[in-house]
Design a protein around this ligand. Structure first.
Ligand code: SF4
Ligand code: SF4
Length: 174
C-alpha cells in the first residue's frame, strides 16, 4: 500500500490572521515611508521652501511676468493693443510735426508718432505674451518681476511713460 501525502488547507481563521499581519506590515511600512520623507525635509536634504522675503526666488529668464515697455523704442503701432485678448493696453499717440527732427528706434525703425500714453492694466492682463510676440521693435517684453501687488485695482495700471519706470526695470534686471 503506497503512502499518501496529507494535504491541509488553511482555515478561515488562519486567513484572517494572515490578513491581520499583512495590515500591520502595510501600516508600519507606510508610516516609515512617510516619516522618511518628513525627515528628508527636516534635515534639509531636499528643501522645498525659501525664507521669503529674505530669500527671493529667481524666475527663469523666459518667464512671462510683469511687462515692460521700453517706450523710447516704441513706434506707437498699436499692434500690441490689437493683439491683446483682454484689451488691457491703452495707447495714445499723435502724428509728429512735419518739421520735427527725425527719430529712430535702436533697431533703425523710423518713429512717426509721438507716444503720449502707454499704460497696461496688469490687473486684467493674463500674461499670454501675445503683445510681446507682435511688437515689431521688440520694445515690449516680459520681465521676471513678480512683486508688483498693489492695494487697489487702479494702482495695477502701470504707466510706461512714468519717470520712475526705467529705474524699476534697471532694479529688477540683474
Ligand atoms: S500679456 Fe496678453 S493679456 Fe497681457 S497685455 Fe499682453 S496681450 Fe494683453
Ligand atoms: S507693438 Fe511694440 S512698438 Fe507697437 S505700440 Fe506696442 S509696444 Fe509699441
Amino acid at each position: 500500500m503506497s503512502a499518501q501525502k496529507e494535504i491541509t488547507f488553511a482555515t478561515d481563521d488562519e486567513l484572517t490572521f494572515g490578513k491581520w499581519l499583512n495590515n500591520i506590515w502595510v501600516g508600519l511600512s507606510t508610516v516609515l515611508k512617510g516619516m522618511g520623507i518628513t525627515f528628508k525635509y527636516i534635515y534639509n536634504v531636499k528643501p522645498v521652501t525659501i525664507e521669503y522675503p529674505e530669500v527671493r526666488e529667481e524666475l527663469p529668464a523666459n518667464s512671462r511676468s510683469r511687462l515692460f515697455n521700453d517706450a523710447e523704442n516704441c513706434i506707437s503701432c498699436y499692434q500690441c493693443a490689437t493683439a491683446c485678448p483682454v484689451d488691457c493696453i491703452y495707447i495714445t499717440a499723435k502724428r509728429r510735426e512735419m518739421d520735427a527732427p527725425a527719430l529712430k528706434t535702436s533697431d533703425g525703425t523710423a518713429i512717426k508718432l509721438d507716444l503720449l500714453q502707454y499704460t497696461i492694466d496688469t490687473a486684467l492682463c493674463c500674461y499670454c505674451g501675445l503683445c510681446t510676440t507682435v511688437c515689431p521693435t521688440e520694445c515690449l517684453t516680459h520681465t521676471t518681476d513678480y512683486e508688483f501687488a498693489q492695494y487697489t485695482l487702479d494702482e495695477m495700471k502701470y504707466d510706461y511713460l512714468a519717470t520712475d519706470i526705467r529705474a524699476w526695470r534697471e532694479r529688477i534686471v540683474k
